[in-house]
Design a protein around this ligand. Sequence first.
Ligand code: ADP
Ligand code: GLC
Length: 481
Amino acid sequence: MTSQVTRVLSVASECAPLVKTGGLADVAGALPAALAPLGVEMRTLLPGYPQVIKELKAAQLVAQFHDLFGGSARVLAATAAGLDLLVLDAPHLYDRGAGIYLNEDGLDWSDNAQRFAALSRIASEIANGALTDWQPDVLHCHDWQAGLAPYYLAKSDAANRVRSVITVHNMAFQGLTSVEALEQLEIDETDFTSDGVEYFGKISALKAGLVYADNLTTVSPTYAEELMTPDFGMGLDGVMRARRADLSGILNGIDETIWSPVTDPEIRPYKTPRGKASNKQLLRDEFGLPTSDGPLCVVVSRLTDQKGLDLLLEALPALLERGGQLALLGSGDPALEKAYLAAAEQPNVAVRIGYDEALSHRMMAGGDAILVPSRFEPCGLTQLYGLRYGTLPVVALTGGLADTVIPASPATLARQVATGIQFHPVTAEALTNALGKLCDLYADAKLWAKLQRNAMAHPVGWEHSAQRYATLYSNLTTDPQ
Ligand code: ADP
Ligand code: GLC
């Protein structure tokens, strides 16, 4: 018999607002509240990083493990920031400074494979009933850090095994480690094959998830298709094609209680595009930008090859020539950071290297356009914030960017549905053309205001996608094994 409530254990290595390096945290943090009205009781299993442990309220010890990859560990049940959490407190794995994935020198922690295999191992134990008062109906794993959980679960001999789903937020990160770690990670040698966990001679935690989970999702329909192609599958396109029947793309939403121009405490609130003007002035002042006739473009991004921001450096002179401006907030690749700081020597370019959540809100409110020239983008969230704030997205035609922005064309303009600009292929030349188009549209104030209104009316919340996850969980619990 199916109970009315579906209990889901979500397993992630980051979760906003407690610990975040990118969009995965936003999604893991938003899903529980989005799913609660649909009868899904979601608890989130997180590593016990110091910044998580210190936020826990009313923590209760619910399980203990004497030897978890070299040390003792316990699971704490607690709430924090409105989230219902299970936290894996394992100081030998998580109690350290620097980053959650990277050490002081910006390199991966050398034991990352063990750190996240441990998270996955405990996820599978909880799925198998390790907690006395709560057992999930479905195990929902996110990215490579939780990739081994479906493997451990599939290998356990539990009767009535809980079903698992893995969501790929980014195929570029696969959790690769040397074959020597097989025994330590408790992976059966016989599973180290090309249709098991082996990836070109290494162990791939992500591949383990893709092979052993009952169901696969990714964060946009277009990325789901792209993942089955050699250009985007990062060597795992064959696995994705083999699992086509179990794969779907469910678009991310944004948390509209956090991202709303009407209630955002970081900005001068506004309901219509007209309200953006004072925010734009404040943003220019904050960045030390002069007034100018062209659009103020903003970028909030990790600075990595994925994001295509090297192309923007090439396209920048043409934007500036048309009176456009750029304000960029980001961090990452040292060479890109350096190049942007050098570009900021120009009067109409301003750059902040670092991570600043509050500033990112002010940029959404004050910018005219948000630029996302990614080479690949599983979903992307900043273009969604842009839509919500009437800050028109200029995006590459790929992944979730293709699924969320309706490009301005004679037909979409006539039907009043256009919300931004898309370009293809992802080259500096195509981006330059797109920025030229942006300047043309911006110069027509009436048309621009219409586009802004279309953008602000475009649905970007979780409702639709939450329903899809709820249906997926319910199908998984009712399907015969
Ligand atoms: P990804 O997860 O690939 O980095 P997304 O667009 O899905 O890309 O999510 C990125 C998230 O991180 C967004 O919430 C974005 O606002 C935030 N972000 C990225 N860089 C910064 C930064 N330097 N300062 C503040 N927020 C940032
Ligand atoms: C990844 C992707 C990004 C996506 C995010 C949340 O980090 O790069 O496109 O929006 O995960 O799913």
